[in-house]
Design a binder for this molecule. Structure first.
Ligand code: ATP
Length: 362
């Protein structure tokens, strides 16, 4: 592993009582991998990033790059805190923080002033090429769009060849359409330059577009560190299941059938599911099952009917909020050419590949 964080805790002075801002977080990135931290406001994402940068001290645990310990506070060992400027870590912030009185080229050259002039100019040209902005080297930041400014900020952060790049909400000042596109562009830039990076964002789509591995944080803890696919299809906790994507929990009972265990729900039996838990996994087989909006198929011939309570247009599909006669609520993605009115009853059936169950919550 390249970046390795073990049982890291961060505590702000003046807040001696639990919970700490970051609590017992462990994660790792290989060289060249991109990670993202997502989670609700106040869950500790920025505090974790700041601790890696050296802007906050570790209150417990350790941060290492390769064999080098950057920060540590472990029982029975001397505390370690390398100052931020010795860590060779680059940072990109939300507000770009470009110098307005310097040209684009001078901004990119800022962190490599000590290089001989020829080398510096070559590096600036290389970085501007990398972010696709060689043509604007002589312009000033105010003459660029928000997306261009953020790419310049990225070029400036990459110019000194940091061994790790940290990005804190880098796209949040940009409009929503541009964000996802820029996230994909930035992924391409980081991959081409082989940079290991960790991004903090509150936008899941941005994290999915940019990262190889994503961490969901909740109340200072890392609830899951995994690929986007696993977070969506194999959420480790109810919190992760709820936070990622659209879905509801509905009561279910796992029963043994001749062909194997089956999950019985108000929408019917979930059949042909992968890795179905055994009834013995829960008392009496009673559990809650996660039904994602894309697990529910609109089918006029289905015996189960549900009433449309709300609908939201999402371009190629609607997100319908539906209520069954038995009272359960479900969500369904339905192709947008099926335009039903709120109050209509429609047929639905479950089509679940990955069944995700949790202990019943009253
Ligand atoms: N300088 C500080 N002093 C004291 N407490 C702080 C400080 N900075 C953050 N905190 C607290 O630490 C916790 C985690 O904050 P942090 O900013 O890391 O969360 P976040 O997930 O980045 O939130 P957001 O998405 O809103 O930026 C919060 O309870 C916050 O109030």
């Amino acid at each position: 592993m390249f970046l390795e964080i073990q049982q890291l805790s961060v505590r702000y002075p003046g807040t001696p009582t639990p919970p700490p801002a970051v609590s017992d977080v462990s994660l790792a990135l290989r060289q060249g991998e991109i990670g993202a931290l997502i989670g609700p406001s106040g869950c500790g994402k920025t505090s974790l990033l700041r601790a890696i940068a050296g802007l906050e001290r570790a209150a417990g645990g350790r941060i290492a790059i390769g064999d080098e310990v950057l920060g540590a506070a472990e029982p029975g060992r001397p505390a370690v805190h390398q100052p931020p400027e010795h860590r060779r870590i680059g940072m990109v912030f939300q507000d770009y923080a470009l110098f307005p009185h310097l040209s684009v080229g001078e901004n990119v050259a800022f962190g490599i002033a000590r290089l001989p002039r020829r080398e510096r100019e070559a590096r600036v040209a290389e970085m501007l090429d990398l972010v696709g902005l060689a043509a604007v080297a002589a312009r000033y930041p105010h003459q660029l769009s928000g997306g261009q400014q953020q790419r310049i900020a990225l070029a400036r952060a990459l110019a000194p060849a940091p061994r790790l790049l940290l990005l804190d909400e880098p796209f949040s000042n940009l409009d929503i359409d541009l964000r996802e596109r820029l996230a994909q562009e930035v992924r391409g830039i980081l991959k081409r330059s082989g940079t290991t990076a960790l991004l903090v964002t509150h936008d899941q789509m941005e994290a999915f577009a940019l990262a190889d591995l994503i961490g969901v944080m909740h109340q200072g803890r890392l609830a899951q560190w995994d690929t986007a696919y696993q977070l969506y299809h194999r959420p480790a906790t109810r919190f992760v299941a709820d936070f990622i994507g659209h879905g509801v929990f509905t009561p279910a009972r796992i029963v043994e059938q001749p062909g194997g265990p089956v999950v019985r729900t108000a929408l019917g039996d979930l059949i042909d599911v992968e890795e179905c838990p055994l009834p013995s996994a829960y008392p009496g087989g009673e559990c809650d099952v996660l039904l994602r909006a894309d697990d529910i198929v609109h089918d006029d011939d289905a015996p189960v009917k549900a009433r449309i309570e709300r609908k939201a247009f999402r371009g190629s599909e609607f997100l319908y909020t539906l209520r069954l006669a038995s009272g359960e609520q479900v969500l369904a993605h339905v192709p947008s050419h099926h335009d039903h009115a709120v109050g209509d009853w429609v047929g639905i059936r479950p089509e679940v590949d990955h069944v995700v169950t949790f202990p019943r919550e009253s």
